[in-house]
Design a protein around this ligand. Sequence first.
Ligand code: G4P
Length: 526
Amino acid sequence: MSQNHPDRRTFAIISHPDAGKTTLTEKLLVAGGAIHMAGEVKARGQARRARSDWMKIEQQRGISVTSSVMTFEHQGLVFNLLDTPGHEDFSEDTYRTLTAVDSAVMVIDAAKGIEPQTLKLFEVCRLRSVPIITFINKVDREGQSPFELLDEVADRLALDVCPMNWPVGMGGTFSGLYDLVEPSLAVPGKEASRAFEGERIALTRHDDPKLAAAVDSRALDQFNEEIELASAGYASFDVDAYRNGDLTPVYFGSALKEFGVVDLLAGLAAHAPGPQPQPAEPAPVRPDDDAVTGFVFKVQANMNPAHRDRIAFMRLCSGKFERGMRLTQGGTGKAIAISRPMLFLAQDREMAEEAWPGDIIGIPNHGTLRVGDTLSERSDVMITGLPNFAPEILRRVALVDPTKTKQLRKALDDMAEEGIIQVFYPEIGANMIVGVVGQLQLDVLISRLEAEYKVEAKLEASPWDTARWIASDDAAALKQFQADNRGAAATDRDGAPVFMAKDAWEVGYVTQRNPSIRFTATKERV
Ligand code: G4P
């Protein structure tokens, strides 16, 4: 494969709601030259939201339920930023998005430190050894001390930390960022909130008199004290340790005031890995393999409510993709001509004439493509490792108008396909059961049933709270187990057997009593 194309940095930002992900996204796009006006990300989001009914939930709750992709070119590299919804209730989608990135930026609020959602998302990154750059945001406000924050990251995430810069003062006395790699000081421009226009003063060392002259005198004493300790007390930057997921470089900054954002972008450009090999059967797919192979990590319907169109988001893992290519869908063996692939730019979408490993393309389709699908020029390859998660809430779906059974089934199938919900068909009884990880998914479900499918339905309590996929090497034992537990037996929409349980305790009890059966909380598509 020819290599004369810019390298890619395909990454996501992980954070707890309110830490500043939206603001940082926007400022990265500004710093990368992709957009020129602040407010662009939100404004565009609002325009899109206005278009479809189900996104009303986003408006009402002020959160982003859908992920999108933003691509920009900067300093000879292509950056693909995958947006992940930050709400703690709606995380399956986020988890899957993280299977499509090569690295992540973890945003932490300097006052709050590591919060629950940060931790959950970090754990997903760790499972896949995704390298992480940390951005400690909001240093323009009073926060915890840099030492406390670095220790918290090191202790709670079991990572080596390497500060790349150091704030001179915080909150009211904040007067710049000292670069620990190449001694220099970034100070605000004349207009305090436009730091991109600010000055960078080259220094010989941290005790260079030019620094003292440029910063708040109250901040200076504290900085001098801190910097001695900081220079001596932490691991030095080691790119291999970072790429293995053992060390995180830490940038302090303020997304809102545009501090540290340029340095973060430079850090991503210099250190973040390009496209990585993707786990697959029979062997991992490598970015320099000739054959085009990719996988669908997200499907989004209702981009236009007048049509049943959906967009499958495919991460390209190998080969040079060209518009019009025919790719084979793993599993079904169906050949699909990709004639209208889309690229997502910061402000626009355009037809993708070509794409390279690390790129995300949108493929319009009518429901053929599902989350987890492999698309390839080869017919013998399956990307693995896109999990379904065990639901934590199970509800019975009851129709208000019983003549709409067909529509309901179609709607649930569609939404299961998008990964909004999981649907289970119990052995006994005609009611379908929906499973979700968080309550918000149920709100999305009801809202879309009414708006898109004109089906009025109610969700009723079910006797179960959770479910496990079941398997066994002993087919007879599995059959016997299903027969003994008919009341709790179901299949998922792929026909895979599922055991529904009242609670986690019951799962534990039943697991212990049936050693020949495997109960799994995630179902990987292989
Ligand atoms: P999220 O996507 O992670 O949920 O966070 P978002 O960027 O929306 O930021 C959450 C709030 O934190 C916003 O304030 C935002 O302006 C503020 N913020 C982000 N970065 C910084 C920073 O570096 N310094 C300070 N001081 N604040 C920051 P808001 O009042 O909730 O929203 P808005 O009305 O300003 O949009």
